[in-house]
Design a protein around this ligand. Structure first.
Ligand SMILES: Nc1ncnc2c1ncn2[C@@H]1O[C@H](COP(=O)(O)OP(=O)(O)O)[C@@H](O)[C@H]1O
Ligand SMILES: O=C(COP(=O)(O)O)[C@H](O)[C@H](O)COP(=O)(O)O
Length: 292
């Protein structure tokens, strides 16, 4: 039962990435849960506390670790629920792990114990100015905050993000960064850089990465945080749709599923699409279905 972790700070795109994967695999095959459910306090209680949800003391991380271990054994858990719409802690729910398990959230790569539960670990790492735009838009339109409140909250969270969330990046097998290409005419078309660390075997995409696909993506060698060279796939945000679709179809055809590439891959809320997102999701599907 392959388990995939998708970690990252608030509004880094964890839900967007996971949603496409979950939809492509189908609800009966997937258990998708979020570690934010292990928040200890509701939104009201947190107002009087000196820390934010990014602090380990604000979360039942030992219980999260226990539950992750149970899921690896195919055992059910009584999972708590943090309701992002209301900010309340709701009645726990019984979860039986399905064929594939996706766990997203602020803390899935927090400890050795939690990391050991996963076959593939991902960290989402958009540049901070993009994350701030995404968070303001999402929290104002969906979570009832004003822009000023979100910006104030982001400043309050920053020290804890630096201390507890961003350090998890070094433990991921794959780091995905959606970012505008500097100097590109269309700065709205975000490209994706997908760092493939040698901590796990990665899909063989040599045929997909042939000269023909250079308009949509290419492989490059970049320096990781520790200065070591690491392979990365760069997917162009400004590639024409046809070139991207060809790459998507080529990866999809390797998965052996007798159906067209599902439209849910690359879907962003509000009816928008991102082909770099679709390609990142296809690489993760390849991992879940064929490599893990
Ligand atoms: N790859 C992407 N390209 C464009 N917008 C994105 C992308 N990923 C996420 N977003 C937007 O950013 C906001 C936060 O994304 P979300 O998936 O809710 O983040 P998280 O689950 O990490 O908090 C949403 O409004 C979403 O539509
Ligand atoms: O930071 C996160 C992660 O959520 P996400 O990754 O979905 O943004 C917290 O769960 C909420 O912000 C909780 O606080 P509140 O509900 O009070 O904003």
């Amino acid at each position: 039962m392959p388990m995939l972790a998708i970690a990252g700070d608030s509004a880094t795109g964890k839900t967007t990435l996971s949603h496409g994967l979950a939809k492509a695999l189908g609800p009966e095959k997937i258990t998708w849960m979020c570690t934010d459910d292990y928040h200890k306090y509701d939104r009201q209680e947190r107002k009087d506390l000196p820390f934010t949800p990014l602090h380990p003391d604000c979360n039942y991380l030992e219980i999260m670790e226990q539950h992750l271990q149970l899921l690896t054994l195919g055992q059910p858990i009584l999972k708590p629920i943090y309701n992002h719409d209301t900010g309340t802690l709701d009645r726990p729910v019984l979860v039986h792990p399905a064929q594939y398990v996706i766990v997203d959230g602020l803390f899935p790569l927090w400890s050795k114990l939690s990391r050991a539960c996963f076959d593939v670990t991902v960290f989402l790492d958009p540049p901070e100015h993009i994350r701030r735009q995404w968070k303001v838009y999402r929290d104002v339109t969906k979570r009832g905050y004003t822009e000023e409140q979100v910006l104030r909250d982001l400043d309050k969270r920053e020290p804890e993000s630096e201390a507890y969330i961003r350090p998890q990046r070094k433990h991921a097998d794959i780091v995905i960064r959606f970012a505008p290409v500097e100097g590109a005419a269309d700065s709205k078309a975000l490209s994706a850089t997908i760092l493939l660390r040698p901590t796990i075997p990665h899909p063989d995409l040599s045929d997909v990465l042939s000269n023909d696909s250079k308009g949509a993506l290419h492989m490059k060698l970049i320096r990781d945080d520790d200065g070591k060279p690491v392979d990365a796939i760069h997917v162009h945000g400004h590639a024409n749709r046809e070139a991207s679709r060809e790459v998507e179809e080529a990866i999809w055809s390797k998965l052996g599923i007798d159906a067209p590439v599902p439209d849910c891959l690359g879907e962003i809320e509000g009816g928008k699409r991102s082909e770099p997102l679709a390609i990142a999701q296809l690489i993760l599907l390849y991992h879940l279905l064929l490599v893990s």
